[in-house]
Design a protein around this ligand. Sequence first.
Ligand SMILES: [Zn+2]
Length: 399
Amino acid sequence: MLFGRNASFRGMHETTRVLRDLVAIPSLNPMGRDLSGPEVFEYRLTDYLEEYFRTLQVQFVRQSIAPLRDNIVAFHEPQAATSTLIFEVHQDTVPVDQMKIDPYAAVIENGRLYGRGACDVKGGMAAMLSAFSRLVRERISHTRVVLACCVDEEFTFLGVQRLVKDDLRGATPGPIQAIVAEPTELDIVHAHKGAVRWHLSTSGRSCHSSRPDQGINAIYHMAELIPLIERFARELSQKRTDALLGPATLSVGRIFGGTSVNTVPDHCQIEIDRRTLPGEEIASIPKELREYLETHAPKEIDFRLSEPWLSCPALSPIGSDELIGALGRAIDSVKSQHRVVAVPYGTDASTLAQAGIPSVVFGPGNIAQAHTCDEWIELAQVEAASEILYRLVRDNERI
Ligand SMILES: [Zn+2]
């Protein structure tokens, strides 16, 4: 437990009530699969958030990203504000196949709330919503707070990529910084790896399998490339490493090829996942592998690399010292200690940081419970997160 039995904070009940609502509203990201139905996409949650902001009587905008998928961004705009703080959180969750509990019942048991998204990241969203609404109601005047609820964090980061196209500073002078909600157990994440994903395919010539000598087998060609890719990955991890984040990595995750057992295949494709370090240029990532294969693969192998279909930069701690200090003090005032850590998974924070907005990741819940078959979050942590976010703004003139 984070607090004594009798401790309570204003906003506590609202946070839990809002979290129950958020979990009960499906907002599944199909993640490239052909899923359909009322649970798919974020629009029902976006409508709930719109109603929430309307009731709170704050300005908001919806940014259309794709059919049934809108970011919604709300503004606390005090006239005297001298800085901007962004609360950023994603609306989507991963799908619910394999779940062993009702994903939308939002059952509360032993201080935990269960359901899809409870931990990743509707707990963080509830904390941000209730902190934001307290700041609005109490007319905190020195900081402009932008609450950005983005779509598609779990798959291709489309929401945050659209968000940073606007000038998020508005007319407010002074610094602009961002807190991105993800389950960090109320610690501060100041660095993470990035990710780039693309396809690599080999081409051949198909023919009947009774005369394989007349064709060119694209699967055999891929089979020759894969050990080279494995060697490239090993060498990459040995030579490129970061003190906080460890080595850059590359992994082959999927393979497809052929149409039937009695046809020599003319096509084979793999999916490649490359985890990047701060300072690595996204555009040069697939090129490095291509050049390695051009040097080492047999000349007769015809291969092609696609453009990346996902790219998320790495998050560097450079520039976020002030925010880390202020957030650390707010955490310590509620739970007496915190850690500042680097993590291996990607978040929306790096896209904000790349747009010139110092950003850190913070939220309730443990990443180990994210995406699980019985996803849950400890309610005391959600309430503490809300209190911390509220105090961060209340107690810092230039945050
Ligand atoms: Zn998340």
